[in-house]
Design a protein around this ligand. Sequence first.
Ligand code: UD2
Length: 350
Amino acid sequence: IRDRTVLVTGGGGFIGSHLVEALAPYNDVRVLDNFSTGSRDNLSVSSTSETGSLWANDTPASADGGIDDTENDDGRAEGTGEDADPDPDLDPDGSLTIVDGDISDPMALQRAARGVDLIFHQAALVSVTESVDAPRRSNETNLDASLLVLDQARQEDARVVLASSAAVYGHPDELPISETATTEPTSPYGIQKLALDQYARSYHELYDLPTVALRYFNAYGPRQQGPYSGVISTFLEQARADEPITIEGDGEQTRDFVHVSDIVRANLLAATTDAVGEAYNVGTGERTSIRDLAELVRDAVGSSSPIVHRDPRSGDIRHSRADVSKVRHELGFEARVGLESGIRSLVTGA
Ligand code: UD2
């Protein structure tokens, strides 16, 4: 997509920052992030990204390093955008504006969303464990504040593409998991995502707001980090340090691992589809056991880590695999990055 005014909530986070990287060269992109788990470093200009201009509200953007913060007339900082054109055929003329604030703060949200025609709502408290420890706190962000985002979208007449999750399904009845499967989340996080996902549908029906909910399966890729970041980044860290790779349980549990670049593509397709008011699985349609994953990661790193087992996680989902027929037919989405090459590129940093 090009020449749009776009808000990415959670744009400093793992998935959000990859979206920003894809959008910023050719669109006017706003990021609203409180940088609680996201990071300004994720928004630095990298060799594959291009940010035309950047304006930080309260904090100077130059702290990010690499982003030109020369001011122009309207007080916005403008970069030249000359050295990292990802596509030489396209002339980058986008901009990046960072609003350091909380999605639960109506003023910050209003400021960030003013004039946008598209919102990618990625901000969330993503830790399932934290949602179990403090359901109301995670509900405030994942649901209450998300409703503010939907209401703001109504004000601006903006489309909303929002991050839902395979967590809405809980323990699946059958594989692959289709969008019409039973939704019985096993955590407050899953309940919050399910409610949001249903609000999105309902806002379309009640108010004619164009919404698309994307139910991400197990996302992985560069910049995924921290204690709640997922098994691939944990295994990678362990393999790199030649420390034991720790499988929880027997390792026969399976997941549908989807690379962040595919997640970004699904978001971009959702931004233009006519099929609104819908929820779509975003996965590969393949599943891999945790034991196979451990070996894949160890081999890719060339590590001598032993693979060890510890107690299974209580309430762990046994198997997960997305039915991707709806997303393929209606959004034209098909995952492109296979797990092996995804892990290889993570290891080499390519
Ligand atoms: C994923 C999502 C979560 C939610 C959930 C819905 C991620 C990071 N989390 O949780 O947000 O949507 O799906 O079902 O995508 N494991 C090990 N060793 C480790 C870490 C994990 O064996 O060091 C196992 C773990 O027990 C589980 C599997 O790997 O069986 C995947 O764990 P995860 O935390 O990466 O993701 P998951 O599927 O629990």
